[in-house]
Design a protein around this ligand. Structure first.
Ligand code: SAM
Ligand code: SF4
Ligand code: SF4
Length: 347
């Protein structure tokens, strides 16, 4: 096993002295996909008419094993990564996930371990995930109205079940945030009801602008509801005031001036943040991507067999990194590349 990074390494990274890419963005975060399959078919991510019942996901035997995932995480920690987020697909479909979390926690006590989930299986697992060493969960919830939720997810979803999972996770001591993607004409009616709920249960909600990631969601710019529009609607509940952020933050955070907590906005379309993007992604079968909009990546599996080769190869790939798709969106010729789907590369 590769030794974990000394905490001094993390401090150096926090001060901007980490491994920098060609645009001076240091490597700080790793999104590790543990599975490609999902129990929902959100229309902005995995549309059901493209990925139907008979769609063949990767068999579990082709996915990185827990030891391989741990070796990859160790290499990233050695390079200064201090935040690891498990994702997918739906990560809670990966059998025995708490065992992986235990392995990752054993690498380094100080690393921030988080998970993004649609919440359907969370209530039953929250306790075990916390015990294994998970720090935080982000739970995706796009609607309180079950009909709207089902239209977004293309499958029946009981929002109450997800809310219950959020409360269970909070009670277990996990840090919890809610992620909401708004698509105009589909769930924009849910902006204020979701904000009300988050204020009531004391959880920070982050509105994510609908992105043109992948090549199957038939994204149209007109379907994006921007952070500015959402903030306008939230005035019905309270004024909001921006809070200071840090380099590498994806969300711009605001506080409700009436004291009812905070709300975040991930405005990748209207206010891209590529200039401070510190995130690397590894897909469930082990390919490293340096941007959500990458059309190709570096397969890590073959390198795992070569002893301690990973940190040097990741370093080389990161130093070369020049990605900034969201900043170039208007001029980028997306048709000329074949971008990967978000659920494949670890959203
Ligand atoms: N299945 C888990 C979930 O939904 O939370 C984890 C994987 S999912 C790909 C991670 C996050 O990506 C979710 O919060 C989801 O809402 C978001 N997402 C997926 N497709 C998106 C898109 N086209 N634009 C913006 N966010 C998207
Ligand atoms: Fe599944 Fe998450 Fe994609 Fe929805 S957003 S289809 S829950 S991977
Ligand atoms: Fe990072 Fe790529 Fe998104 Fe820009 S477009 S913020 S470089 S993932």
């Amino acid at each position: 096993m590769i030794a974990a990074a000394p905490s001094s390494k993390r401090e150096a990274v926090a001060q901007g002295e980490g491994l920098a890419d060609s645009r001076g963005r240091w490597l700080r975060d790793l999104r590790l996909s543990v599975i490609d399959r999902c129990n929902l078919r959100c229309q902005y991510c995995m549309p059901a008419d493209v990925f139907g019942e008979d769609f063949r996901f990767r068999p579990l035997s082709e996915l990185l094993t827990f030891d391989q995932l741990t070796a990859i995480a160790a290499a990233f920690i050695e390079l200064g990564v201090s935040k690891i987020r498990l994702t997918g697909g739906e990560p809670l479909l990966r059998p025995d996930l708490p065992a992986l979390i235990r392995q990752l926690r054993a690498l380094d006590d100080g690393v921030d371990l988080a998970l993004t989930t649609n919440g359907l299986r969370l209530a039953a697992m929250a306790d075990k995930l916390r015990e294994a060493g998970l720090n935080r969960v982000n739970v995706s919830l796009d609607a309180l109205d079950p009909e709207v939720a089902a239209r977004m997810a293309w499958r029946p979803v009981d929002p109450q079940r997800v809310i219950q999972a959020i409360e269970t996770a909070q009670a277990c001591g996990l840090g919890v945030k809610v992620n909401t993607v708004i698509k105009r004409g589909v769930n924009d009616s849910q902006i204020v009801p979701l904000a009300k709920l988050s204020r009531e249960i004391g959880v920070t909600l982050r509105y994510i602008e609908y992105m043109d990631v992948g090549s199957t969601n038939r994204w149209q710019a007109s379907e994006v509801v921007t952070g500015t529009e959402i903030r306008q609607q939230l005035k019905e509940l309270s004024e909001v005031q921006p809070l200071p952020g840090e380099f590498g933050d994806v969300a711009r955070n605001y506080r409700y001036t009436d004291g009812a907590g905070e709300v975040g906005f991930i405005e990748s379309v209207s206010r891209p943040f590529c200039g401070s993007c510190t995130r690397a992604r590894v897909s469930a079968e082990g390919t490293l991507y340096t941007c959500l909009f990458s059309s190709h990546g570096l397969p890590l599996k073959p390198l795992l067999a070569q002893g301690n080769a990973l940190p040097a190869l990741i370093t080389k790939a990161w130093r070369k990194r020049d990605d900034r798709y969201s900043e170039l969106r208007k001029s980028a010729k997306k048709d000329s590349v074949h971008p990967e789907e978000m659920w494949r590369l670890g959203g």
